[in-house]
Design a protein around this ligand. Sequence first.
Ligand code: ADP
Ligand code: MG
Length: 304
Amino acid sequence: MAMDTYMSLRVSSPDPGEAAVLRGEIERLDRLFSPDGENSDVARLNSSGKITADGSTVELLSRTLALCAELDGALDPTVFPLVKEWGFIDKNYRIPDRATIDSLLSRTGYSAVGIDGSQITLPEGFALDLGAVAKGYAADRCAAMLRDSGAESALLNLGGTVAAIGKKNGGADWTVGIADPENSADYIGYLSCSDRTVATSGSYERYFVGDDGKTYCHILDPATGAPVQGDIVSVTVVSDSGLLSDALSTALFVKGADGANKLYRERGDFEYVILTKDGVALVSEGLTDSFTLKNSSWRLEAVK
Ligand code: ADP
Ligand code: MG
């Protein structure tokens, strides 16, 4: 259990202590990035507005800020005060009034985060949360450590962010399931992959139904300060980088199916499977050979 989720590490390595070393690294990152906890860089930054941070925090935050800009602000870790206000942290779910949302929105915006060497600063009233990218970063760290130690095969499942390293012992590609939004213990289909990281963000993971009967999920649109009410149920992103896959799974959810496709054509460094509210599995061109649909109540549509 780390980063608020269950994880499993399956490692084939000449060093029998390898999995324990990875576990230690994930726990170290969890302590740094946790929004509460005494030794957490993120908690210290949120309460004091200025910290000297660990190198991993600086690296993750600077790479995340660069992605926020590339993704037109669809990814923005400074939405955290709004995530809290909607009750996603204390699980006391509520719909804030417009004035409260507007007032908190005026204290968000990733460009206000300052990084100068190991010094990180936040303006008064701002707070951030790296929950959308921490698991992807941890997956990249673990993959790098495995490479350094000569391990050739591993499957790291960091709670919805899965790093498939090398091949299975038998030499076949790894198989990664995409959760069924209606029953997340089951899968709607499978991706076969090797040396890729697969990250999924879904509105079925954490949500509440408001007094108005609408469903509110834990991914917020930084432009409105409210949970995304788009056409997507889940987004799975496949790329060479855990951080990129994790960042994109959140950002594409905000952008919606059309915005996701536009970005796909522009960037060329990721593939995706988007499940829409209408029961369609939109599968990007590069995955058509590696994705197998298992649940026939979904309609598969290849997209370019
Ligand atoms: P999960 O943590 O369930 O895997 P995500 O990777 O999509 O899901 O991250 C969602 C978390 O990130 C939320 O719990 C919230 O704390 C934070 N968050 C919500 N909306 C955004 C956003 N637009 N940009 C960055 N972080 C966000
Ligand atoms: Mg994410």
